[in-house]
Design a protein around this ligand. Structure first.
Ligand SMILES: Nc1nc2c(ncn2[C@@H]2O[C@H](COP(=O)(O)OP(=O)(O)OP(=O)(O)O)[C@@H](O)[C@H]2O)c(=O)[nH]1
Length: 554
């Protein structure tokens, strides 16, 4: 039932997204349905806004963005023809504004004048150190203020009490909302939407009243140790208000170096999702915590197991309870990890972006190792009782009685139930990463559209994260799209013509469960289209799977 609903969502979404964004020649402009004429050069009267100003543009309703160019001329327009503005919408799409009138463009007010509120999602298995991390963020002297949403599993809001004790949190913690008695993993939760809407309404009221420090710097959501971050992300695409005023800044996954391998390798019934692996798969950044509690070998092995699941997220080794400030705050909040435009900004700064680049290179606290964990758990240090708890297809087990000889951790135990009923079990997570890459040729939009739609319709439930920069042939030109998604929540934004002189390269990284690697690679290679001027023809697809931690380009 759940899978059918998801496939339907994907189909519905496809109908909404593709026709407007991927139709050949669908150059988008603000208010173009209202006013068709473009401004002529002699109309160069003084403009109302300048580069950097935050505005709202009328594109199927008003959407916020920032002016990036005045008197914009698009390649292909007659010489000298310009429009007042080019605008980068917060969604990542670049548009032009044909007229400097309120029907087309108006000044953004309230929260939107400052930009969407960044939301950080803290996830990680039970006892990994999420509350310790949250306390650190709230205690640090960074002068920022956050609203906190806690998801408490059980009756007592223990983490709230722990947070209340946090010295110095008053100046950094704007508000705290506890979503009690639930697990954010199972469905999109109305109370999460309500909590975020309340925060937005309060901030808007305070901005309107002209109160000092009315704006907050972000919202921090701590999920329970058993949450699948997917539905939390979906909230941001599904609710209009949340989507308008907030953006996901990044998903931080805290991993317990002392227990992760044991948790990962616990026997599970065949159809039960491996929660610790899933949380790693979703991560934009992984904090490998409790480094103080394990040997360097164990740390390396854990790091390799993480890398086998998520080949792309940076891993930061840390001991959050002992030396939290070894992890600079600016590396964990307001990192814009979810922002598609960040990929293009990086490209502008560094000339090229390699989405499949090894995140460990140049990072002292991460490791490169060629091995993943084995099919059968050989961990001599593990005497875990393999408790698994099946609830809605998710593994909610927790090793409250871990007898790992390596472990000096003071972690408190949480036992939310156990089941031993399944005789069919597995150790592998079947979660991994892969890269689809095409060099020297653009993609045929129709073929790629068909492939992506099919993948989303049939596999979105198993696709945790994907992002890509696409070079697509559209009306004899190569144009660039930026792709980003979580399950069937997919964003694809047009970002102009392919930069002149830059070699053509499409890259898509995917992280998920049961990735159909061979089939997708074959179909992806078939999306290549010949294009005059392409210097070399090289369609490649590669994969990063367990046991092959780094994505290789073949
Ligand atoms: N040795 C060691 N213990 C740590 C470290 N960080 C956290 N802990 C301990 O780990 C235990 C769990 O930490 P929490 O921050 O409550 O973990 P959590 O992920 O919020 O736990 P749940 O909310 O129960 O899922 C606590 O006893 C912490 O003191 C660390 O860096 N080293």
């Amino acid at each position: 039932m759940a899978a059918a609903a998801t496939a339907l969502d994907a189909r519905r979404r496809r109908r909404q997204v593709w026709p407007s964004l991927f139709q050949p020649g669908s150059r988008r402009s603000a208010g173009s349905s209202v006013l068709q004429r473009k401004a002529e050069p002699e109309d160069h009267e003084a403009l109302r806004y300048s580069v950097g100003d935050r505005v709202e543009c009328n594109v199927d309703g008003f959407q916020a963005g920032v002016i990036i160019k005045e008197w914009y001329h698009e390649p292909g327009w007659p010489k000298g023809e310009t429009v007042p503005y080019q605008v980068k919408l917060d969604s990542g799409t670049t548009i032009y504004v044909p007229y400097d009138v309120d029907d087309c463009v108006r000044r953004a007010t309230g929260i939107l004048a400052k930009g969407k509120i960044p939301v950080t999602i803290l996830t990680g298995f039970l006892g990994a150190g999420k509350t310790t991390l949250l306390n650190y963020i709230l205690r640090a002297q960074h002068g920022k203020r956050y609203a906190v949403i806690e998801n408490e599993f059980g009756d007592a809001a223990i983490d709230e009490m722990l947070l209340e004790q946090s010295a110095g949190k008053q100046s950094t913690m704007e508000s705290i909302t506890v979503l009690d008695n639930g697990c954010l993993c199972c469905t999109m939760r109305d109370d999460l939407v309500e909590a975020i809407r309340n925060i937005v309404a309060t901030v808007e009221e305070r901005l309107e009243a002209g109160l000092p420090n009315a704006m907050i710097d972000g919202i921090l959501i701590e999920t329970t140790g058993m949450a699948d971050p997917g539905p939390v992300c979906k909230t941001f695409g599904a609710d209009e208000v949340v989507n308008k005023y907030c953006k996901i800044d990044g998903i931080l996954t805290v991993v317990d170096a002392a227990h992760f391998l044991t948790q990962l390798r616990r026997d599970r019934p065949v159809d039960v999702v491996n929660e610790p692996a899933q949380q790693v798969a979703f991560a934009d950044k992984i904090l490998l915590n409790k480094a103080d509690a394990v040997s360097p070998d164990r740390l390396r092995e854990t790091s390799a197991a993480i890398r086998a699941i998520n080949a792309f997220a940076p891993i930061v080794e840390c001991s959050l309870s002992l030396r939290p400030d070894a992890v600079p705050i600016q590396e964990i909040v307001e990192i814009d990890a979810f922002d598609t435009t960040r990929l293009l900004r990086a490209e502008a700064e560094h000339g090229d972006v390699d989405l499949a680049a090894n995140p460990d290179e140049g990072h002292s606290s991460a490791h490169k190792h060629g091995h993943g964990h084995t099919e059968d758990c050989q961990d001599a240090a593990c005497s875990d009782p393999s408790h698994a708890h099946e609830r809605g297809g998710h593994d909610h087990g927790h090793d409250a009685t871990c007898a790992d000889s390596e472990c000096t951790d003071s972690s408190h135990g949480h036992d939310h139930g156990h089941s031993h009923e399944s005789s069919v079990t597995r150790h592998d997570t079947d979660i991994g990463s892969m890269v689809l890459e095409l060099k020297g040729q653009p993609l045929d939009v129709q073929k790629f559209n068909a492939l992506l739609s099919e993948i989303l319709c049939e596999h979105s439930v198993d696709l945790y994260r994907y992002k890509g920069i696409l070079a697509c042939l559209q009306q004899d030109k190569v144009v660039r799209y930026v792709l980003q998604g979580v399950h069937d929540m997919m964003d694809i934004s047009f970002s102009g013509e392919w930069p002149e002189g830059r070699p053509l390269r499409t890259q898509i990284v995917l992280i998920g469960r049961r990735l159909d690697r061979d089939e997708w690679q074959r179909r992806f290679a078939e999306c290549a289209v010949s294009f005059d001027g392409a210097s070399s023809v090289q369609a490649t697809a590669s994969s990063a799977s367990q046991g092959a931690p780094q994505p290789e380009r073949v």
